[in-house]
Design a protein around this ligand. Structure first.
Ligand SMILES: [Zn+2]
Length: 283
């Protein structure tokens, strides 16, 4: 267990940050059980606890543990609530602390612990990462926080990326700033028709209910539409076009601590050109 103080107001909403030795020399530092020295900077991501013994926890899927504790508004066993970045003191098990290498700007690391891992994990798990011998054309639906990350990671993995958005004004940002290869307006039926059956996978980041039929149509046979946005109202899911193309609807939500650390290490070792839109490492 690590206990460290942090003044009110210095923590972000989800991604509390702590400069152990530089800013808080009085904090208690307990060596890890592995003997690995703890870094000067650590962050807490979306989750800060789980049971540690269920099937999910044993497979590094703490995010799907029935007793998973959200960093913000999670409920402890005694009924009290976690206040996340609004807390003036933070107690968290060492297992749920993410190491931040010194060469990653903290402002850039924060979104990776939520929006970043939300797309990084399904890109890998659902086989959407291009292999050396194969090209992949991926669609990213929506270009807000999670969509930004989806484009950056898909490009970093070497995929061809088409951004699909209802806002024509997003095209310049998608192509010129984020490096997307093409842009589709979701209500441009003519261009959607021209793109039918061209995509190897789609990450849908939109949190608004609508028909999923146009996205299913963009997929090649046997490919996957991965939902990471969470509409309150149910979306319309036509089954017939799924059956006729053996297409798959999948979903994903953040990920456990092992892969959350992996995404930070990946960003630290990825060249600035592929992950940055301002020439600075990494996001
Ligand atoms: Zn568990």
């Amino acid at each position: 267990m690590i206990r460290f103080p942090s003044p009110t107001g210095t923590l972000s909403f989800f991604h509390s940050e702590h400069h152990f030795s530089k800013l808080f020399p009085s904090c208690i530092r307990i060596p890890t059980s592995t003997g690995i020295p703890f870094p000067d900077v650590a962050r807490v991501g979306c989750i800060m606890g789980s049971c540690g013994s269920c099937e999910n926890c044993k497979q590094d899927l703490e995010n799907y543990c029935p007793k998973m504790l959200w960093t913000y508004n999670g409920q402890y066993e005694d009924g009290t609530r976690a206040f996340g970045g609004y807390s003036d003191k933070f107690v968290v098990e060492e297992h749920f602390v993410v190491r931040i290498p010194n060469d990653i700007p903290l402002a850039g690391a924060a979104p990776q612990l939520c929006a970043g891992i939300t797309v990084y994990s399904p890109l890998k798990y659902f086989g959407l990462v291009p292999q050396p011998s194969s090209d992949k054309h991926l669609g990213v639906v929506g270009l807000r926080g999670i969509g930004h990350m989806a484009v950056k990671f898909a490009k970093a993995f070497g995929a061809r990326v088409t951004v699909i958005s209802s806002s024509p004004s997003k095209e310049k940002e998608a192509v010129e700033r984020l490096g997307a290869d093409s842009f589709l307006i979701s209500h441009d039926h003519e261009k959607l028709a021209a793109a039918l059956g061209t995509m190897d996978g789609i990450i849908d980041t939109v949190s608004a209910s609508r028909s999923l039929l146009p996205l299913i149509g963009l997929l090649k046979t046997s490919r996957k539409l991965v939902l990471v946005g969470a509409p309150v109202e149910p979306s319309e899911l036509p089954v017939f076009p799924l059956i006729m193309g053996r297409k798959v609807i999948a979903s994903s939500a953040i990920r456990g601590m092992k892969e959350t650390q992996e995404i930070i290490d990946f960003a630290a070792n990825t060249t600035p050109k592929t992950l940055s839109d301002n020439g600075k490492k990494p996001f």
